[in-house]
Design a protein around this ligand. Structure first.
Ligand SMILES: Nc1ncnc2c1ncn2[C@@H]1O[C@H](COP(=O)(O)OP(=O)(O)OP(=O)(O)O)[C@@H](O)[C@H]1O
Length: 284
């Protein structure tokens, strides 16, 4: 387990981290949510050992030399080298195995082709993220931190990266911490969420707990939803293919049953996720 305990950090611009504590359990995928300037990157820099906190400490149960790997902001790649040579170079710098077999394994682990010979400047953003992750994994870390990994990716790229992250946590038993200012992506892959605002931790809990406590807007898709009587008690906003309602998450299962009994076939029911709700109504 990795524990960051009461971390604080100030810059000349002010306090970037104020008494922040988090935990990462083996194989857990944690999300760190926060608006721009919330302090996410500062926390990641401390976790990766790039800067020291003014106060607080990190406690890690690990036998490894370099237990934390990560990408802060963008993966730092050599754009004029191909993927193979990038890995070879970083493996050399980090003292990791740099033979052909090890490099091929690194590429395969993140779903990159082993035979692509052109420079990485030609790669899509998603491929560059994968290569960055391969480099972050060179020393077999137990903890991986990824700062804004979904930034700039299209929905297919986001889904592919979520699949890779989930695979790494399950198959390699790596604890992963991801940051984002968007809730949608994090709730799709994280078991546990931390919410930061102005350098402070303002909310935390399992993803299900946070959705259950804080999300009250739901979008229901069903073609014949306008004919529902039961939905009227929620004063729905009716759209072309569905309706939006405000209710508690624990009312949803019964409502879906009632809609089915009315002959309304719901094809999706999605919580409308909002960072504002998590920041403004803390659970801590
Ligand atoms: N090297 C630095 N020198 C001075 N101030 C800094 C430095 N790095 C960060 N800050 C300030 O600390 C605060 C937290 O910044 P940080 O980058 O950690 O937030 P963030 O949540 O990662 O934001 P973003 O999503 O915009 O990257 C901000 O007010 C920022 O301006």
């Amino acid at each position: 387990m990795l524990e960051a305990i009461h971390l604080s950090k100030s810059y000349s611009s002010g306090k970037a981290l104020d008494d922040v504590s988090i935990q990462m359990l083996p194989g857990q995928i944690c999300g760190l949510l926060g608006r721009n300037g919330a302090g996410k990157t500062t926390l990641f820099r401390i976790l990766c050992g790039l800067i020291k906190p003014d106060s607080g400490k990190m406690v890690m149960a690990s036998q490894r030399n370099k237990p934390v790997g990560g990408i802060i902001e963008r993966p730092g790649l050599y754009p004029y080298l191909n993927a193979y040579d990038n890995i070879k170079l970083f493996a050399g710098i980090q003292g990791a195995p740099a033979n052909k077999e090890a490099i091929h394994q690194s590429l395969l682990k993140v779903g990159l082709p082993v035979d692509r010979k052109d420079p990485v400047r030609n790669f899509s953003l998603g491929m560059k993220q994968r290569l960055g992750i391969a480099i972050a994994l060179l020393n077999n870390p137990e903890y991986l931190v990824l700062d804004e990994p979904f930034s700039g990716l299209d929905p297919i790229g986001v889904t592919a990266l979520i699949n890779l992250i989930t695979d790494l946590a399950v198959k390699e038993n790596i604890s992963i911490l991801l940051s984002s200012h968007l809730m949608g992506e994090l709730t799709r892959c994280c078991n546990y969420l931390y919410v930061m605002d102005k350098g402070r931790l303002v909310n935390k809990g399992t993803t299900a707990q946070l959705i259950g406590h804080h999300i009250h807007n739901f979008n229901i898709t069903a073609q014949n939803i306008t004919s529902s009587i039961v939905l009227q008690k929620y004063s729905p906003t009716i759209g072309v293919n569905g309706a939006s309602i405000v209710c508690n998450a624990d009312e949803i299962p019964a409502l879906l049953n009632q809609l089915l009994a009315e002959g309304i076939l719901v094809t999706s029911c999605t919580p409308e996720l909002s960072l504002e709700q998590l920041v403004n109504t803390p659970l801590l």
